[in-house]
Design a protein. Structure first.
Length: 210
């Protein structure tokens, strides 16, 4: 199978953050360099957690701009950035939501993706997510691939391919905690959603004071 793009880990995080914020906080999008760096370095909803400097984010933005995945919008105050994944990759909103989550959080099951995608796109059920994943995997240049199911896991996980070829053994061995059962996974996802909602409320309150 051909791979359309081979992004670095920093570029993956930057693109995923732009996708997420473009949908979940449209009132603050496009993002400034500082806001984007903060989005990349969030402690919640990120796997792995990263500590990117603004210089590293700027370098990633430059590379993404060169391949047509990011556009810079300059005004009199500060440059802002937006992703162009819809057009560049030929994706709709459901596909963008799923891909964005995979970019930000690594390998996930369809059930996890459905729960975590709620703020980005409301899927009717897990089958709807699976259908999106299968469309992304069946492209001439696949954007995702399904991993072999881990021992004890109820579902197999999916991973994006924008970082290049995927070594199933390496990826599967990196997150064994994800294979502890569907009920536990769903509970964790629910708690993460609550944390996201609280973070958003705090952010809005802080910005209303400034």
């Amino acid at each position: 199978m051909k791979v359309m793009l081979t992004l670095t880990a920093n570029e993956v995080r930057v693109l995923g953050s732009l996708i997420e914020k473009g949908i979940t906080t449209p009132e603050y999008y496009p993002l400034s360099l500082n806001a984007l760096a903060n989005a990349c370095n969030q402690r919640s909803s990120r796997d792995p957690v990263m500590e990117l400097s603004e210089a590293e984010v700027r370098t990633a933005l430059f590379e993404l701009e060169q391949i047509g995945l990011v556009r810079v919008l300059a005004d009199s105050r500060v440059s802002k950035f937006e992703h162009l994944a819809y057009g560049k990759l030929g994706l709709g909103r459901p596909e963008i939501a799923v891909l964005g989550l995979l970019l930000l959080r690594g390998p996930q099951t369809a059930a996890e993706l459905r729960t975590r995608a709620e703020r980005m796109y409301a899927f009717d059920d897990t089958n709807a997510v699976t259908a999106v994943l299968e469309r992304l995997a069946s492209r001439e240049e696949p954007l995702v691939v399904q991993l072999a199911r881990q021992p004890g896991a109820r579902e197999s996980r999916w991973v994006h391919r924008l970082g290049g070829e995927v070594d199933d053994a390496v990826v599967a061995g990196a997150s064994t905690a994800m294979a502890t059962g569907g009920a536990f996974e769903e509970r964790i996802a629910e708690l993460e959603r609550v944390v996201q909602a609280l973070e958003q409320r705090v952010r809005v309150m802080e910005e209303s004071r400034s």
